[in-house]
Design a protein around this ligand. Structure first.
Ligand code: PLP
Length: 391
């Protein structure tokens, strides 16, 4: 084995590639976080992120924490011990969010789902209609289940809540969708949107946030779970209306550049680029799936994620063998299977700072790795990807 040469190719579904201009922006000397010059950067970042979230009104709280911290913060600020939540099962991340809620003393009911197709919207409406006393406090959905590469139709879930005339709050994890495909907090009636820095926003991991509607802020004022580090009421009393303690200033220099890049390209164009690149990856996987090869894990064509593709190995073949060869021989990092999908799938992240050449390079390395690992697969994947990109 020789040492890898060339740039490390990072095709994980988060963290994602950080553009050089963001890296340079975050390489900022320390400043006093109460300095007016920093405040201007901070406020601009907050306003810009609200534009990406399409949030009108309400509040936006930042945390020095990864996405798990934002889940925690959102739960402890909105609920009281014993409150009922309806979690729409999607996979590893909905399970983890539900488990955290249970640890906090919440009662979590789950809308079961075929992980390869996603939950039935009718089942959500049915569960809410059955709750005639309106005791379910929130419906929770992971917009894009990063483990399976399947996204949920949020407007349809909102419509189901409305059709059942249910007062539940609507909580959404946008960690691997925000800035990659369409999300409209206010228009879709989302009450709390959880997001993170390290995916579509192309920033390092370590900062997360919750955008909160006015209605959820009213629920917060009644909420009784014990709060420590993450307390929105305490945060609102701080100059930045967020954070307890030191503000991670470098993130906000990075966020300023991230927003500049996103808004220079235009949010709609960012989404179109993600859709186009995702289409190329899917075309390649469909070709590989010939000859009993690796196939798309998501079987619902309307719910295929534009930010990550999860690829199911044929029975008896280990996804880790593909990932190891890709990493060690080709210097390409692919996502692995999470939880029960460990060894059964690998994942190609196609979100954030990415173009056609990077996607084609990744697909070529995957195909070489399939060959080296002697995994059966169909031919023509790279041609199919080029054809998808040529339109
Ligand atoms: N939710 C989703 C959809 C994710 O993809 C992730 C991480 O990949 C998380 C939550 C957890 O976020 P973090 O790893 O930043 O704590």
């Amino acid at each position: 084995m020789f040492p890898p040469r060339g740039r490390h190719f990072f095709a994980n579904p988060g963290p994602t590639n950080i553009p050089d201009s963001i890296l340079l922006a975050t390489a900022h000397a320390s400043v006093d976080f109460n300095d007016p010059a920093f405040f201007a950067v901070y406020e601009a970042g907050r306003a810009g992120l609200r534009r990406v979230l399409r949030q009108e009104g309400g509040e936006l709280f930042f945390y020095t924490a990864s996405g798990h911290g934002a889940w925690d913060a959102t739960l402890v600020n909105l609920f009281s011990p014993g409150d009922r939540l309806l979690m729409i099962a999607s996979g590893y991340f909905s399970d983890a969010w539900a488990a955290m809620a249970a640890r906090l003393g919440l009662v979590v009911e789950t809308i079961a789902a075929d992980p390869r197709r996603g939950a039935e919207i009718a089942a959500i409406e049915k569960a809410l209609r059955a709750d005639t006393k309106g005791t379910i406090r929130a419906v929770c959905a992971v917009h894009n289940e990063t483990s399976t590469g399947l996204c949920l139709p949020l407007p349809a879930i909102r419509a189901a809540i409305d059709a059942a005339r249910h007062p539940a709050l609507f909580l959404v994890d946008t960690i691997s969708s925000l800035g990659s495909f369409d999300f409209r907090m206010s228009e879709w009636g989302v009450d709390a949107a959880v997001g993170g820095s390290q995916k579509g926003l192309m920033l390092p991991a370590g900062m997360s946030f919750t955008a909160v509607s006015e209605r959820a802020m009213a629920a917060h004022r009644e909420a009784g779970l014990t709060r420590g580090y993450f307390d929105w009421t305490v945060m609102l009393g701080r100059p930045h209306k967020s954070f307890m303690g030191t503000v991670p200033v470098t993130f906000f220099y990075g966020l300023r550049e991230s927003l500049r890049l996103i808004e220079e390209e235009g949010l709609e164009n960012v989404f179109a680029r993600h859709h186009r690149l995702a289409g190329a990856v899917r075309a390649a996987v469909r070709a590989w799936s010939g000859n009993h090869g690796p196939a798309l894990y998501c079987l619902n064509p309307e719910r295929l994620s534009d930010s990550v593709t999860t690829i199911l190995m044929p029975d008896g073949f280990d996804a880790e063998a593909v990932r190891t060869i890709a990493r060690e021989r080709f210097n390409v990092s692919l996502g692995g299977g999470l939880g029960a999908l460990g060894g059964k799938v690998f994942r190609i992240g196609h979100l954030g700072d990415l173009n056609e050449a990077m996607v084609m390079g990744t697909l070529a390395a995957v195909e070489l790795s399939l060959q080296r690992a002697a995994i059966p697969h169909g031919t023509g994947a790279l041609d199919a990807a080029v054809a998808a990109l040529a339109v």
